[in-house]
Design a protein around this ligand. Structure first.
Ligand code: ZN
Length: 202
């Protein structure tokens, strides 16, 4: 027997929903479902509660586009953050990556994607208007474009820079180069070429 249903409809539904998560295929979803059910008290219950809280309380920050249970989000509301810098990212995942690295103590602006004509993503689909408005705040002196080093990311960076032309802010972007701990021989040609172009004084 193969391909048929292996559980009742309720558990089958749990498996099907888990299989939609990024990184989980049907096989991993079955394993995850079984694990959750076996750990009902330690895992399934707390997870269900956490998901309910997320469902009820998580919202998008109306200032920066981050997600939190408060609006403005905890980052926008944090008085210790440098008010002069706004770091522009494509997605909340990028904001989380920068926060994990404790790279900068500034505030962010989440565009909600990158310009991609092939995928039908145009300027109106991104939160650029909100950024232009924030950049007019006299306290803001620098906009850091922390977008992906992809064609879409760079297209987006050019567009945003054009839109910011009237604002009295410096626009900077992330350096492209050799990763920390990286060996030149292992780098792809594009990274190596970008690293040479953006060399700095020793
Ligand atoms: Zn915010």
């Amino acid at each position: 027997m193969s391909g048929g249903r292996i559980t009742g409809p309720e558990i089958e539904r749990l498996i099907q929903l888990l299989a939609r998560l990024p990184g989980l295929g049907p096989r991993s979803a079955r394993r995850a479902a079984l694990h959750l059910i076996k750990k009902k008290d330690q895992l399934l219950g707390p997870l269900a509660e956490a998901m309910q809280v997320a469902l009820d309380e998580v919202r998008v920050c109306s200032t920066c586009g981050n997600i939190d249970t408060a609006d403005p989000c905890f980052i926008c509301a944090d008085p210790r953050r440098d008010p002069t810098i706004i770091v522009v990212v494509e997605d909340v995942a990028d904001l989380w990556a920068l926060e994990r690295a404790a790279a900068v103590s500034a505030r962010y602006h989440v565009l909600g994607g990158s310009l991609s004509p092939l995928d039908g993503v145009g300027p109106d689909d991104l939160n650029v208007a909100g950024l232009i408005e924030r950049a007019r705040d006299p306290a803001v002196t620098e906009i850091v474009l922390a977008v992906n080093a992809t064609v879409e990311g760079q297209t987006t960076a050019h567009y945003v820079t054009d839109q910011l032309a009237g604002a009295a802010v410096k626009v900077s972007q992330l350096a492209h180069g050799v990763p920390v701990g990286g060996e030149l021989d292992y780098l792809d040609d594009g990274t190596l070429a970008a690293a040479i172009r953006s060399r700095t004084e020793f």
